[in-house]
Design a protein. Structure first.
Length: 420
């Protein structure tokens, strides 16, 4: 397979910008939608790309478009909208890690340590999956998708990444390289879990801010003084240290969902409303030539927790729901068994039957009780089992005819006696 030229990779499919999701260090990210063509009505995430970066980005996009995996947001290619070029990928309702990071900084409140560890672990595993799949497809190996802008937390608690090299998607000239260790996975974990600068956490002592088991994992992944600093080596070491951890040191997806709702609940609700309004507008103006696709409310299976709310417990009494994702005619891109990823991420497309709405969109968790109240047996007293009343007019006619017949019989008797 030979990558196409950059000009051929930029699609002319009409795409509209609906909402700016966030602005990160690498530029603006928008919620968009295709308005015509085979994908008409499809919501997409659009990441701005500088014109000068298209040439170096196009080959990687061409290779990455062939990859399909549940932990990776499906890349759709480069598109033009509003006179600018954007990298388009599938949109799953949620928020970028950079948004969660900014919210924690603004509120000066740490993310729960177990949640921060779960997000970082899953993001590292997904980035490693993307690297291995891209290596199989193209032979490229110097690749990392681990970046707060590229890490995406779905509103149902799952962490995914955009499978593109984080160093290539820049809408501005590349800034000077940061100091060694700055922006690493360890630094990101420390900042999220403490709401403090990593340098201060190190000065105070990691074990004074993190649970003992999590602090031990960070110490195990910490580069040794005699080791040359390597971002890929440090990421692999942290992933290996975090992978064996379990609850309560490592959160489940339901706990991630609740923490995301705590920090960004208003933002997520605004995005859901915008999508809902757009869907309603499309339904009133849709015709046979344009079929609008609707984003299903989605949810992944999550472990129950003792402090889950009523709506969550209600959902857990049913079969666990799954999430509708990108369909790829070639199926899920497989990784060779000899190059298995150190992650528990499944390599199969999940089923989409029996989907239930996300707990975040349930406004009234007691809805089953309402239906039960409507179907209660009547409390009125049951009447005795008497036969239904007969028609009074019909009874009167029968009685009258009987009396006439008796009178005639009596007259006949008198007449017979007189004759004899």
């Amino acid at each position: 397979m030979t990558p196409e030229s950059p000009q051929n990779l930029v699609s002319s499919a009409p795409c509209e910008l609906l909402l700016k999701l966030f602005t990160g260090p690498r530029g603006e990210v928008h919620l968009g939608r295709f308005v015509r063509g085979d994908d008409a009505g499809r919501f997409v995430m659009l990441r701005e790309v500088a014109e000068g970066a298209i040439g170096r980005l196009a080959p990687s996009v061409d290779w990455a478009r062939s990859i399909a995996h549940p932990k990776l947001l499906k890349l759709l290619g480069l598109v033009r909208a509003g006179g600018r070029t954007y990298l388009a990928c599938e949109y799953v309702p949620g928020a970028a890690l950079t948004e969660l990071r900014q919210a924690a900084r603004k509120l000066r409140s740490p993310v729960r340590a177990a949640v921060a560890a779960r997000i970082v672990r899953d993001a590292l595993a997904a980035s490693e999956t993307a690297r291995k799949l891209l290596h199989i497809a193209s032979g490229l190996d110097d690749f990392s998708a681990f970046h707060p802008d590229s890490i995406w937390i779905a509103e149902f608690g799952e962490t995914m990444v955009v499978p593109i090299d984080a160093r290539q998607v820049l809408s501005a000239p590349r800034p000077s390289q940061p100091p060694a260790g700055s922006g690493s996975a360890i630094d990101l974990l420390l900042e999220l879990a403490t709401a403090l600068p990593p340098a201060q956490v190190l000065a105070d002592g990691i074990d004074t801010h993190l649970p003992a088991a999590l602090a031990d994992a960070v110490f195990a992944a910490w580069p040794q003084p005699d080791e040359l600093p390597s971002e890929r080596g440090a990421d692999a070491a942290l992933l290996a240290a975090l992978s064996p951890l379990h609850s309560p040191v490592l959160a489940d997806e339901e706990q991630v969902r609740r923490e995301l709702e705590r920090f960004l609940g208003t933002t997520l609700e605004q995005r859901r409303r915008r999508q809902g309004l757009t869907d309603e507008e499309d339904e009133t103006s849709a015709n046979d030539a344009t079929v609008m696709a609707h984003i299903s409310q989605i949810r992944r299976a999550s472990s129950s927790s003792p402090d889950s709310d009523d709506g969550t417990r209600l959902l857990q009494t049913f079969s666990e729901a799954t999430r509708e994702r990108e369909f790829d005619p070639d199926g899920v891109t497989q990784i060779a068994k000899s190059e298995s990823v150190p992650s528990a991420a499944p390599s199969v497309i999940v089923a989409v039957d029996d989907k239930l709405p996300s707990p975040a969109i349930i406004s009234n968790p007691s809805w089953p009780q309402q239906f039960l109240e409507q179907t209660q047996p009547s409390k009125r007293k049951v009447l005795s089992s008497m036969p239904p009343p007969q028609n009074q007019a019909a009874r009167g006619v029968v009685v009258l005819l009987t009396l006439i017949l008796l009178l005639l019989l009596a007259l006949l008797g008198v007449y017979w006696k007189l004759k004899h």
